[in-house]
Design a protein around this ligand. Structure first.
Ligand SMILES: *[C@@H]1O[C@H](CO)[C@@H](O)[C@H](O)[C@H]1NC(C)=O
Ligand SMILES: *[C@@H]1O[C@H](CO)[C@@H](O)[C@H](O)[C@H]1NC(C)=O
Ligand SMILES: *[C@@H]1O[C@H](CO)[C@@H](O)[C@H](O)[C@H]1NC(C)=O
Length: 420
């Protein structure tokens, strides 16, 4: 094994583990986080958004008296051995550590995927009482309220799981991973005559979404498949208490179902794109490939499923199964594109630090809107403050040949309303 420290590049068998800025950042983050037994992988995304506070003293928002600090290995060991990195990342299950050891790059993809999911979640909910805010808790990035399995939990699991598929598949397509690349659209002849004068063939890079789904499933689902989340010999007894999802029957099944919904939405949203060839773009020959949808479209779809979410109850015979709560619909199986939840959402109006609910005080609302961002709804009837904001902007910009842009300075005055 050879390690050139100047470039931070370690060659390990035929696998090149690049340790760039991102990786250094990870190392510094994880060195400051004590190893926990009940954290979820999603905090990786929250951390890369800078939303999780990680203090050296373990003051990262978790409950006091629950620290499980072990000596961190010296940094050069990590650079040499990516497996050490996987071992020491907090919040990973045994299976996740195994996947990580085989594909160390996955840590970057997981955090990127979770980040994409969280950003989209915040975009989708920016005008609602619950705005997908990440609170600074490594164990429960979205707050304790998520552990009970409500509609918002369902959204988060589906969107972050879709995010991981998205980022893994994208990494394959751009050639960042040695294990995968572009897919062969299967079952299709490489060249085909569609009609008399239009010929097309597969070409370009088809996103290998099947690989993305497989790897994402292996990593993400193992957080819920195996309840005990750490190789730690004696998990603190309080950890089960602190993480109701580990004890409440059905939540595990619910999370796994919603993870799959997120993944399948990406697959079913695959689009065929094409490029024209032929004399002066006559399009007599097309090259076609399949690409994942834009992630915003995925966000819109998950939001739709969220609105139409199905309340389920647990039915335990031999093993735990979920079925619709609605008696009239009970016989109908839960579809693979339906998000499920087990608990009604709490009222997100008021701050509740115990549950990690931030409340809507201070949120900007719209006085003239009639939607969820209206001051009435968003402020939960508490009223709002009005603030006059003066802004100095550049305006009336003109392009002057060549090559300058000239602008005037304008002042705009606007009112901003924030919830009391
Ligand atoms: C591919 O890897 C490069 C370098 O590590 C990184 O900057 C880029 O964001 C990656 N692209 C994707 C799609 O993962
Ligand atoms: C969500 O709302 C809280 C205030 O209730 C605010 O502090 C936070 O920045 C918001 N988060 C996002 C992502 O908009
Ligand atoms: C407030 O809502 C109205 C009506 O929906 C909309 O036209 C307007 O652009 C919104 N204003 C802001 C500042 O978002």
């Amino acid at each position: 094994m050879e390690c050139i420290s100047r470039q931070n590049t370690c060659k390990r068998r035929n696998l090149t583990y690049r340790c760039g800025v991102v990786c250094i950042l990870w190392i510094s983050i994880f060195l400051t986080v004590p190893t926990r037994t009940d954290a979820t992988w999603m905090w990786l995304g929250a951390a890369s958004l800078g939303a999780v506070s990680v203090g050296r003293d373990g003051s990262h928002g978790g409950r006091p008296g629950q620290h499980d600090v072990t000596e961190a290995p010296p940094i050069h060991n990590i650079l040499i051995d990516p497996k050490a990195l996987c071992q020491r990342f907090p919040g990973l299950t045994v299976e996740q550590r195994r996947v990580c050891a085989n594909t160390p790059d996955i840590i970057n993809m997981i955090s990127e995927g979770a980040k994409v999911g969280i950003i989209e979640c915040q975009r989708q909910f920016s005008t609602e009482r619950w705005n997908c805010s990440v609170i600074g808790d490594v164990n429960n990035p979205f707050g304790e309220v998520m552990s009970t399995g409500n509609r918002e939990t369902a959204f988060i699991y589906a969107i972050t799981s879709a995010g991981v598929v998205y980022s893994v598949t994208r990494s394959c397509s751009v050639g960042n991973l040695t294990e995968c690349g572009c897919a062969n659209p299967r079952g299709q002849p490489s060249s085909d005559v569609v009609n008399d004068d239009e010929e097309w063939k597969w070409g370009g890079c088809t996103d290998d979404v099947d690989y993305g789904i497989k790897l994402a499933r292996k990593f993400v689902d193992s957080a819920d498949k195996f309840s005990s989340s750490s190789p730690s010999p004696s998990p603190p007894p309080s950890s089960a208490m602190s993480h109701p999802s580990m004890t409440k029957p059905g939540v595990k099944e619910m999370n796994l179902h919603n993870n799959e919904v997120g993944r399948q939405l990406i697959k079913s949203g695959m689009k065929t794109l094409y490029r024209c060839h032929g004399v002066s773009a006559s399009c007599s020959l097309k090259t076609c490939w399949k690409a994942m949808p834009n992630f915003k479209e995925i966000g819109d779809l998950v939001k739709l499923r969220y609105r139409e979410g199905v309340e389920v109850v647990v039915r335990t015979k031999k093993h735990v199964r979920l079925r619709r709560k609605d008696r009239r619909m009970r016989r109908e199986a839960i579809a693979s594109d339906e998000l499920v939840y087990m608990q009604r959402s709490p009222n997100y109006c008021r701050t509740n630090p115990d549950l990690g609910i931030v409340g809507t005080t201070g949120r900007e609302c719209n006085r003239t809107s009639t939607g969820s961002d209206s001051c009435d709804l968003l402020c939960c009837g508490r009223g709002y403050n009005t603030q006059v904001i003066r802004r100095i902007d550049r305006c009336d910009c003109k392009f002057i040949w060549c090559c300058k842009v000239k602008c005037r300075v304008c002042e705009t005055v606007s009112d901003i309303y924030t919830c009391k």
